[in-house]
Every structure is written in structure tokens, then in C-alpha cells.
Design a protein around this ligand. Structure first.
Ligand SMILES: [Zn+2]
Ligand SMILES: [Zn+2]
Length: 601
């Protein structure tokens, strides 16, 4: 993360909004898209359809056209909107049929969202935590080392050993994702995977929630979670699960599993995946001169227009009475959508050597599905795309600071941005990393030079309170004006930007594997040593510990924190309900507090 030329920062006061030529539309776009009528624009919903219709009508008004060979601006695609259990059950018993019991209530057994639909029977083998860590990681760990699980039903504990030393836990945490455990069991010939949350783990005995999972099909193995009491019934009285887990947790980390004597089970898993259709909205402003001699004659400018609806799919951060309300998504991402429309309005009045494709993605919030549908079945050849610009959350500018991500994807970006910023005068924060949780990642993956514009996260992120009245429209208009200048520069350049591959940071932890939450909202925009808090979740552990926006965490549980990656790594080592010391800076003064992590569901 490097700020571009300090000189440009000095320029910022000399140029004002009045000097830039912008359309004045961002406010009306945001106010419509974030209105109650659109109900949070959840992919596949009526609100999303209304938003798409609105975008098409605005694009038509601006003078954009359907893509070549198309008669309208819609690109429909199917996606999995969620999964629920369709009637899974388990029958357990030993040699004695009189002792067999069947469990089928949703409070007792539930398929994992990536499960195959199947009916299987066989002996049950307990495989500890079901962890397999490749030898390449300093040490090997294989729950299956001495077990034969072929054609058997494997029972494993969720998460990873509780009492291992911190370094070991850090490695194990990365391999404890349930999909990974399912894959390990399947590769060893297991018929099915059962998961129980051990009595010594967070969320002890509870079922694994059927997470919102966008997988189209199963993972190749039936998999279900069962309650602690069903698991208890599988273990003999002289070897209860609690003691077995204790041995696994505190003993040699290489302890493996055990076959459960005379225990057989019949498992039936049924996952109902709800398929829905969403629509990308695509249009273009044709080049105003012949493209015959222009190499890579397309520039794509995009923003996702979908949001969380009522926030009931697991990615809402609303708590208490806010939960279930309309998630208006004014900043995320009516702001970016408005910016792209405004850019189009400006460009429509100017000459250009390349076609400008205007893209509005749906289903971004559930896994970048719309942009992936585009690059998977591209309506224009990807090889003809010179560059991609992304706008996601650009409505909350503070202190004139504009974050530009993915700048590592081309050596030309520094110069292009500097030039475009002469008139705009932003304090630019360049971040080379293109592996961002927004559609820019899709285009980087496709080998296209990309940029993503962002004004930072905030306390209303993914909450109903992300409202139009909190948008900074004056700066949003300036961002759109600068965007038009960047597109114009790419469009008019002789040579398209050269693509540079950026290595993915290896130290980034898998968020999916995190079991604890500290209730902190990082500020990704500002460069400080440590973790700067953009806010804290209401009622969360950080708030209870007295932390607040502006504090900089420099140490947690004895681990020094230099950046967000260190912090993510450190989180993996924390345990639910075990207080740790947090050292932080407030107004430059070093302080400490005790924070008690909570379980993340
Ligand atoms: Zn977004
Ligand atoms: Zn979002």
C-alpha cells in the first residue's frame, strides 16, 4: 500500500467540485435504488428485478445500447439461492435390533449444505477431528493414519484440537473447514461423513447451521451433522465422547481415531437447493471512430447492484431489533451503481476510440456469481477487453481519501491514476492486491488489468442503516468524474494496459474457518502499523472491552499485530470465552484491556 505521489495530495485543495464536469445524477440513482420499494435488491427477488429494469431504462436514456447481437440489456443466469434440509435421517444400532433408534428431527440431524443426496449403511468409525495436514506444513497430522475407513461411515469432531500449542492450532485451523474434512474422508473411501461439535468445543453439541452455500451440486459424499446426544449414543459407556475428545485435545496431536465396536448406522441425506434466476444488466457506448485498428477494443466499467434483501442469508451484520429489516445498501452498492451510470452519462457526450461496456452485476453478495457468469460465458471475447474498472462502496468518502485497489494488475495504473487525479485532487491510497471481496477479483482471475475504487468500510456496513442520507454525494460525483477520466484515458490509449499477475498473499487466513469473533470492524483504508478500528459491533466483545473507532490494536494474546493479516492469523488462536489481553493505541497513548472472544456461528 503506497500513497501515490505526495504532490497530488497537496493539489487537492486547489481543485474543487465546481471545476469538474459531472452529471448531477448520483443522488437520484442512489435514492431510488436504496428505497424501501426495492427491498434491499436481493439477487433473484422482485426488488432486484425492479432495479434491473430501472438500470436498463436509465442506460437507454443515456444513449447506451444492448451489446452487439443482443436485443435487450439483460443477461440472466441461474444460481443456488440457498439450501435447506429436505428430510435427512439417521438410524443407529448395533448387533441388537431392539436397541436401534432413528433420528429425523431437524433439531437432531441436518445435512451439511454441500452434502450429496444419498442413502447409505455401514459400520461407524470415529476419526477424531478428521484432519489431514500435508507433510509440507512443518509437521504432518493425519487423523486417518491408522484407520481403515473404506466403505464405512466416518464420524468426526468439528473444528480442531482445543489444547494444542498456538503454533499447532494455527496450522490445524487452516485444514478444519468442513468441506476439506469431507474431501479427506471421501478420498479415503468413506461412504459418508458425520460431524459432531464436541463437548469441549465452542457451540458444544450443536448442529452445524446450513450455511448459505452457492454450490450447484454436492461434494461427492453424503455429509450431515448430528447433535452431541446422538453422538454420545454411538460411544460405549466406558469411553464417552467427552473423554475421547479430552485425550485428542490434550494428548499427542498425532492421536488418531478408533473404530466403534459393533456400531452401525443407516444415513439418509437430502439437501434441497433452491435455484433462482438473477440478471446482470449489460449495455455499451460504441466507439465513436472505427475500431478496425484498435487492439483490445473494449473497456468494461462495472458495479454490483444487488444487496442483502432482508439480510436473512447469513451475511447480514444486523443485530437485535435491526435484524430482518430492509438492508438498503445505499453505499453497498447503490453508490457504485450510481457512479457507473454517472460515468456513462459523461462518456456518452465525448468521443472514444474503444467501446465502453457498462456492467451491473447481480449476486455479488453471495459469491461474485454475476461477474463469474459473465467471464464464464463472455458476451464479448475476454481477449478483446483492455481493462476492467470496479466501483463497490464509494459513497462514504472521508477526508478526501479514495482507495484504489488492484493497482498491481498493470504497470500503467500509477501513471493513469496520477493523471486522472490532477483534476480530481483526491488523496489516493493505492493497494496493489486484486484479491478483494468484490467483482474485481473475477476480472483479475480472467487475466484482465483491473482497478477497484472504494471509500472504506463503516459501522453501517451490511446493516439496514446503510441509508442514502449517510451518503456523501458531493464526493461521489467527484469519484464518478474521475472515473470518466480514467476510462477515457484507457479508451484513447494506443496500447491497452499490460496485465501483471499479482501473487495471492499467503498469510491470509480462511475466514470460513474462523470460530471466534472479537466484534471489530477493521478500517482497511488507512495505513497504520497495527489494526485500526473503523468501528466495533454493537454489544460485541470489542465494545464490551471498551474498544472504539480510531483505536489501533497492536497486540492481542501476546501476538504482535502489524496488519490485517497478522490479526486474522491471531484470531485463529483465540478461544471462545477465554479472555485475552489486547494492547492498543488511543490518540497515540498505549493502553490495554481484556477482551473475551465470542463464538462465531
Ligand atoms: Zn459490495
Ligand atoms: Zn456487500
Amino acid at each position: 500500500m503506497k500513497r501515490l505521489a505526495a504532490l497530488l495530495v497537496l493539489c487537492s485543495c486547489a481543485y474543487t467540485y465546481a471545476q469538474t464536469q459531472v452529471a448531477t445524477g448520483t443522488r437520484s440513482y442512489v435514492e431510488f435504488l436504496a428505497s424501501d420499494k426495492l427491498e434491499g435488491r436481493e439477487a433473484g427477488s422482485q426488488g432486484e428485478r425492479l432495479a434491473a429494469d430501472y438500470l436498463a431504462s436509465q442506460l437507454t436514456r443515456i444513449g447506451a445500447r444492448p451489446l452487439p447481437g443482443r436485443t435487450d440489456m439483460f443477461m440472466p443466469f441461474d444460481f443456488t439461492a440457498g439450501s435447506r434440509d429436505g428430510g435427512s435421517s439417521i438410524r443407529i444400532g448395533g448387533e441388537d435390533p431392539a436397541r436401534a433408534r432413528t433420528f429425523s428431527a431437524r433439531t437432531e440431524i441436518q445435512a451439511l449444505s454441500f452434502s450429496d443426496d444419498a442413502e447409505v449403511s455401514g459400520p461407524v468409525v470415529f476419526a477424531g477431528y478428521g484432519l489431514v495436514v500435508p507433510e509440507s506444513q512443518n509437521f504432518g497430522y493425519d487423523s486417518y493414519a491408522t484407520l481403515d475407513v473404506k466403505d464405512k461411515i466416518v464420524l468426526v469432531l468439528r473444528y480442531f484440537p482445543e489444547d494444542a500449542d498456538q503454533q499447532t492450532r494455527a496450522v490445524l485451523a487452516r485444514y478444519s473447514d468442513l468441506r476439506y474434512k469431507a474431501m479427506a474422508a471421501r478420498q479415503r473411501g468413506a461412504k459418508a461423513l458425520l460431524v459432531v461439535t464436541g463437548p469441549r468445543s465452542p457451540n458444544a453439541g450443536e448442529l452445524v447451521p446450513m450455511s448459505f452455500d452457492t454450490a450447484i451440486a454436492g461434494s461427492g459424499i453424503p455429509a450431515a451433522s448430528i447433535t452431541g446426544s446422538i453422538a454420545d449414543a454411538l460411544f460405549p459407556a466406558d469411553m464417552p465422547l467427552r473423554e475421547v475428545q479430552q485425550a485428542l485435545d490434550s494428548g499427542n496431536p498425532h492421536v488418531t481415531g478408533v473404530a466403534l465396536q459393533n456400531v452401525t448406522a443407516s444415513l439418509k441425506t437430502i439437501v434441497t437447493r433452491q435455484r433462482q434466476t438473477a440478471r446482470n444488466v449489460l449495455a455499451y457506448l460504441p466507439a465513436t471512430t472505427s475500431i478496425d485498428s484498435v487492439s483490445q477494443p473494449w473497456v468494461v466499467v462495472g458495479a454490483h447492484y444487488d444487496h442483502l434483501g432482508h439480510g436473512d442469508k447469513g451475511n447480514s451484520l444486523a443485530a437485535g431489533t435491526d435484524a430482518g429489516g430492509i438492508h438498503h445498501g445505499a453505499d453497498d452498492n447503490a453508490s457504485g451503481t450510481a457512479a457507473v451510470l454517472s460515468i456513462a452519462e459523461t462518456l456518452a457526450r465525448q468521443p472514444r476510440r474503444r467501446h465502453v461496456l457498462l456492467a451491473f452485476w447481480s449476486a455479488e453478495e453471495i459469491g461474485l456469481i454475476g461477474s463469474n457468469a459473465f467471464t464464464t460465458a463472455p458476451p464479448v471475447p475476454l481477449g478483446s477487453v483492455a481493462a476492467y474498472l470496479n466501483y463497490d462502496m464509494v459513497g462514504r468518502m472521508q477526508d478526501n481519501r479514495l482507495i484504489v485497489q488492484a493497482t498491481g494488475t498493470s504497470p500503467v495504473w500509477g501513471r493513469v491514476l496520477e493523471r486522472a487525479n490532477v483534476a480530481a485532487g483526491f488523496d489516493l491510497v493505492a493497494q496493489p492486491d486484486p484479491y478483494q471481496p468484490t467483482d474485481v477479483a473475477t476480472f483479475n482471475q480472467a487475466g484482465i488489468a483491473s482497478l477497484a475504487f472504494f471509500t472504506g468500510s463503516h459501522a453501517d456496513y451490511h446493516k439496514p442503516s446503510d441509508l442514502p442520507e449517510r451518503i456523501n454525494f458531493e464526493d461521489l460525483d467527484r469519484i464518478a468524474a474521475m472515473g470518466a477520466a480514467v476510462v477515457r484515458a484507457i479508451s484513447d490509449a494506443e496500447q491497452p494496459p499490460q496485465f501483471t499477475k499479482v501473487d495471492q498473499p499467503v498469510s491470509r487466513g480462511s475466514v470460513a474457518g474462523l470460530r471466534v469473533t472479537t466484534g471489530t470492524i477493521p478500517d482497511y483504508a488507512t495505513e497504520v502499523k497495527g489494526l485500526l478500528l473503523g468501528g466495533v459491533t454493537g454489544g460485541g466483545p470489542a465494545e464490551q472491552a471498551g474498544l472504539m473507532k480510531g483505536d489501533v490494536i497492536v497486540e492481542i494474546a501476546g501476538q504482535s499485530i502489524a496488519n490485517i493479516y497478522d490479526y486474522t492469523y491471531a484470531l485463529e488462536l483465540l478461544r471462545v470465552n477465554q479472555p485475552v489481553t489486547v494492547v492498543y493505541l488511543r490518540n497515540g497513548e498505549r493502553r490495554d484491556t481484556s477482551l473475551t472472544p465470542a463464538a462465531r456461528r
